[in-house]
Write a protein that binds this ligand. Sequence first.
Ligand SMILES: [Zn+2]
Ligand SMILES: [Zn+2]
Length: 305
Amino acid sequence: MSEDFRLHILGCGSAKPTLRHWPSAQMLTFRGRSYLIDCGEGCQWQIQRMGLGFSKIRAIFISHLHGDHCFGLPALLSTLSLLKRTEPLDVYGPAQLEEFLVPQLEFFRDSIAYEVRLHYVGTDRVERIFDDGLEVSTFPLEHRVPTCGYLFREPRPLPHLKRDMVIQYNIPEYARRKIKEGADWETPEGQVIPNAELTSPAEPPRAYAYCSDTRYLPQLAEQVKGVDTIYHEATYIEEHAESAHQRFHSTAREAALIAKAAGAKQLVIGHYSSRYKDGEAQLLAEAQAVFPNTILANEGLSVEI
Ligand SMILES: [Zn+2]
Ligand SMILES: [Zn+2]
């Protein structure tokens, strides 16, 4: 059975506040650690509401410096200090993060007692930026300000040990891990059984791609090819495609075209324009017409990657 690798939606509205949604924020959980993706206003309440806790936050990844993706950050950093965090915290984001956050860290230096380590990432290239067992890369997006997406990939799982081989050669418990890691097995009689006969390949590592605010970029499908779950902003319905293009956002149909071309298993759409007061049913229908396995992001939603 594979390990729990899960996406939690904390907020999926867009810039103009509504009572229906909170601004963009998500949390990924893997191996007892959490990774925060964007940090819209109210993010710290949403973390509590979903019972996710603050102490396991390992790093924060900001896609761009629009308020609906980062206004929650200073508040959260301060709260972590109130909660007596001592472990350093890594915060990744485009270079504008410095202008936004450094003066606030300076102003609140007495109330943030742990080290906040800022890492500036490029928004024009694919780049591996982080690996603590979960591997994180950036990929370029095109929005009104420098913006990147993030791709999260679990380590390659170890191959499976064939049960019949374990029985046939009476392989003891202590030797099994080594074989999974690539070792051959030598029988007491000195016969070497090659690793390939003892194991079968593991499932490919699971991956999640966060495609934040962006205009429709057909080439994005290449960069997120084969990931299991894609989140893609879907601010507008097709009727408002003109607004989408003018404001460097995407329609639900365009989000679905990316998921389809990338061969994803599941698409989560969000970042809904505040103009859809009757809900997001039409966004969903337009996306599903292209990519049936689409679901609507919603605060409180938690999906397995
Ligand atoms: Zn936004
Ligand atoms: Zn934006």
